[in-house]
Design a protein around this ligand. Structure first.
Ligand SMILES: NC(=O)c1ccc[n+]([C@@H]2O[C@H](COP(=O)([O-])OP(=O)(O)OC[C@H]3O[C@@H](n4cnc5c(N)ncnc54)[C@H](O)[C@@H]3O)[C@@H](O)[C@H]2O)c1
Ligand SMILES: [Fe+2]
Length: 404
């Protein structure tokens, strides 16, 4: 075993001890038919004078905010709308949301959208309590350490779980890097799950964001930081995703299936915010940073290859997840169970039109991507098997586009 591997493992064991002790807050959950109405009531009863709704232009144009605006008006809650968040939100997006918050004299946030608006709002809220700290300086763990203003999260994709996580992911267009800010204070105070908001989510985004949620559940449950409590959430999420993802892909207006996917993304978020993600995310973040590949798509493509690269180190946990996910009742060898699990991931991708490669990927970037992925993943991610830049390069070869 490499000396570095031993060091990383010592850190993982110490952190596992900490995870068992630390009290992670959970957001209050509002869900069901009149969730948006209940949200407006809650904002009113929390005594907010003016709330900043952070969203993206697409959702605004689609009219998805109409029910929220109506409910806030009915309850006499003043609001302003910032709708300029890009997919993979940038530092500039965050600064613009923050300056609107101060200009409009707001005293709370409603993050409305997929992971991009939710993360943009989270970091803008961090700027409110840390006006002297730049977004770049917030990179890393426990860099905020201050309570945020009232924060309500309304996901419109069933994917990132950002409505319950202690993480926010930011793109830095200057360095073409994505980085995470992780702090218990950025867990939203209230999460609002309304499947009706997800009905118009296009099939391909439905598929890729759902695969992001699956990746959270898988990475959380097979890593060294998974506990029984965490695996409970990851397993529930995995089962719900296996049972519902193809249905919502084919029939987006099935409200029950949409609701199940929303719950799955939330449960997977509960799991990974405690147990962390793994190398699938390390690679996906860097594909997102360098080429702008959507987060869920990158995860979906990379997931089976990273699981295969873990080999026997992941067999047992993947086999158990295959049982918990309802794929099999039992297995003769862990290898067999793991292979069934990985095949299921490949089948889902294929059935939902997700390719086996990243079309933007270029061989000239392999060394940079591998180095950045290893830097992000080691020692932060408690993965089943420690990989190094050369291993990442091998994975990148497997996901490069086929030659013309
Ligand atoms: N904070 C976390 O814990 C966490 C975890 C995973 C990923 N992320 C981050 O989240 C971001 C990705 O978020 P995402 O995958 O939810 O995508 P997104 O927020 O970027 O949205 C993708 C597209 O879908 C559209 N869309 C969203 N909801 C819709 C709806 N209901 N109907 C129609 N269109 C809709 C958006 O307008 C956008 O064009 C990335 O930056 C990623 O790194 C954060
Ligand atoms: Fe993710």
């Amino acid at each position: 075993m490499k000396f570095l591997t031993i060091l990383y493992r010592i850190r993982h064991i110490i952190f596992l001890g900490a995870i068992k002790i630390i009290k992670f807050p959970n957001p209050d959950l509002i869900s069901g038919e009149n969730a948006i109405e209940q949200l407006a009531e809650r904002v009113k009863s929390d005594g907010l004078k003016k709330v900043l709704v952070v969203t993206d232009a697409n959702l605004h144009q689609l009219g998805l905010l109409d029910s929220l605006k109506a409910a806030l008006s009915t309850h006499n809650v003043n609001f302003a709308v910032f709708d300029d968040v890009q997919p993979n939100p940038t530092i500039e997006n965050i600064e613009n949301a923050y300056s609107m918050y101060t200009k409009e004299k707001c005293d709370g946030f409603i993050a409305f959208g997929g992971g991009s608006p939710m993360d943009c709002a989270k970091v803008a809220a961090c700027r409110v309590v840390k006006p002297k700290k730049s977004v770049v300086k917030m990179r890393g763990q426990f860099t905020i350490l201050k309570k945020l203003p009232p924060f309500y999260a309304v996901p419109t994709t069933a994917g990132t779980g950002s409505e319950t996580t202690a993480a926010a992911v930011v793109s830095n267009p200057k360095t073409h890097e994505k980085f995470a800010i992780v702090d218990l204070n950025i867990i939203p105070h209230v999460a609002v799950l309304d499947p009706r908001l997800m009905v118009g989510l296009p099939p391909f985004i439905t598929a890729t964001t759902g695969m992001d949620a699956l990746t959270h559940a898988v990475e959380a449950s097979i890593g060294w930081h998974s506990t029984k409590y965490i695996r409970g959430f990851a397993e529930k999420a995995t089962k719900l995703i296996f049972e519902n993802i193809e249905e919502v892909y084919q029939n987006g207006s099935n409200l029950e299936a949409r609701n199940n996917m929303a719950l799955a993304a939330f449960y997977a978020g509960v799991a990974f915010t405690r147990a962390s993600v793994g190398y699938v995310h390390a690679i996906a973040h860097n594909l997102g940073g360098l080429y702008g590949v959507p987060h869920g798509l990158a995860n979906a493509v990379v997931l089976p290859y990273v699981l295969e690269a873990f080999g026997e180190k992941a067999y047992k946990k993947l086999a158990k997840l295959a049982v918990a996910g309802g794929l099999i009742k039992s297995y003769t060898t862990p290898k067999e169970g793991a292979e069934i699990f990985i095949q299921k991931v490949k089948d889902l991708n294929k059935n939902m039109g997700i390719p086996t490669y990243i079309k933007e990927l270029q061989e000239k970037d392999f060394a940079l991507l591998a180095e950045r992925a290893a830097k992000e993943g080691n020692p932060a991610y408690p993965v089943p098997k420690i990989l190094y830049p050369d291993d990442f390069i091998e994975i990148l070869h497997l996901i490069k586009p086929p030659q013309e």
